[in-house]
Design a protein around this ligand. Structure first.
Ligand SMILES: [Zn+2]
Length: 308
């Protein structure tokens, strides 16, 4: 694992965004790249912790670290009685227990944060590389806290029976999800679950959708679902309880980057054609409800849609 593949970590970018609101994260990351010593991730966290949002302090600390990185670690991790109070080998939320603003990590378009080594998913229907639509980070206190969910969807194929995710044939409220269902129903879409502490920003992904921060109140992050129709909260999967994660508001559009290919759609004759809009749609613009089962590590997610 080279630093390039995992750099920068999501918690570091979130800390930079929170501490340096008037600078671009890229500018600060470029400065931090001037640290050439060992234990880069830990030392960078120490520098950010000590700089506390001051750009002059940041520059000075980078200089100090290049002379002797142990000074910076000592100042950041030990108190006046030589007791170790932080471990910046760990992500900020764990190292300082102050948490970070997950709002900064929830957005439409741009590039995703993914667990290291994760391939951009391929469509099971047409084998094309899928398009990154959005990601949502769940903050401390949520049952799935410190989790990033990244949503991919295929824009290269279209079929009548895959316009929305496959639905169960039983009444949806309280439904027990059949054992195999969740492992097979992600055909032309994919939900990737990452740990906020180790997910890394994918510079190698070419964005197709314009970056827009998500409004966590309309997405009901950490709240209860707002059903357009009847309550369709699922029951369980393999005896694991369902947790509501968030919902995509109905009618949402995903503006295309210039040069991004057209999304495939069906014309009135049912033939596959290029959609003419300057945006992509997800599941016909329906509201999409996201649930998880058990803990994030199980990676069992379930989505269903409703239209008004
Ligand atoms: Zn496809």
């Amino acid at each position: 694992m080279t630093p390039k593949e995992t750099w920068p970590y999501a918690d570091i970018v979130a800390k930079i965004t929170a501490d340096f609101p008037h600078e671009s994260a890229a500018t600060i990351l470029d400065l931090l790249d001037e640290y050439k010593g060992v234990e880069k991730v830990r030392v960078v966290r120490c520098i950010l912790h000590l700089a506390n949002g001051g750009i002059d302090q940041l520059l000075e600390l980078i200089g100090t670290a290049n002379t002797d990185y142990r000074d910076v670690i000592y100042w950041a991790e030990y108190d006046l009685d030589d007791q170790r109070i932080h471990d910046f080998g760990q992500p900020f939320a764990i190292a300082t227990e102050t948490g970070y603003d997950c709002g900064q990590l929830s957005y439409i378009g741009g590039r995703p944060y993914l667990p290291s080594g994760t391939e951009i998913p391929m469509c099971a229907v047409c084998s094309a590389r899928m398009c990154f639509f959005f990601q949502v980070a769940l903050s401390a206190g949520h049952h799935w806290q410190h989790t990033i969910l990244a949503m991919f969807h295929c824009i290269s194929c279209c079929s009548e029976d895959a316009l929305i995710p496959e639905m169960l044939t039983v009444p949806l409220k309280g439904a027990e999800i059949p054992l195999e269902f969740l492992t097979h129903y992600q055909t032309n879409f994919r939900i990737i679950i990452g740990d906020i502490a180790t997910a890394s920003y994918r510079n190698d992904y070419d964005p197709l959708i314009e970056y827009i921060p998500i409004n966590s109140s309309t997405w009901r992050v950490g709240a209860k679902p707002q059903w357009l129709l009847d309550d369709e909260t699922p029951g369980s999967y393999e005896a694991l309880e369902a947790t509501f994660l968030f919902q995509v508001p109905s009618g949402l559009i995903f503006p295309k980057c210039s040069g991004a290919p057209a999304q495939k759609t069906l014309n009135l004759e049912g033939q596959i054609v290029d959609a003419q809009q300057r945006h992509y749609e997800l599941f016909l613009g329906n509201a999409v409800y996201f649930f998880g089962f058990g803990s994030p590590a199980s990676e069992h997610t379930y989505i269903l849609t409703q239209a008004d």
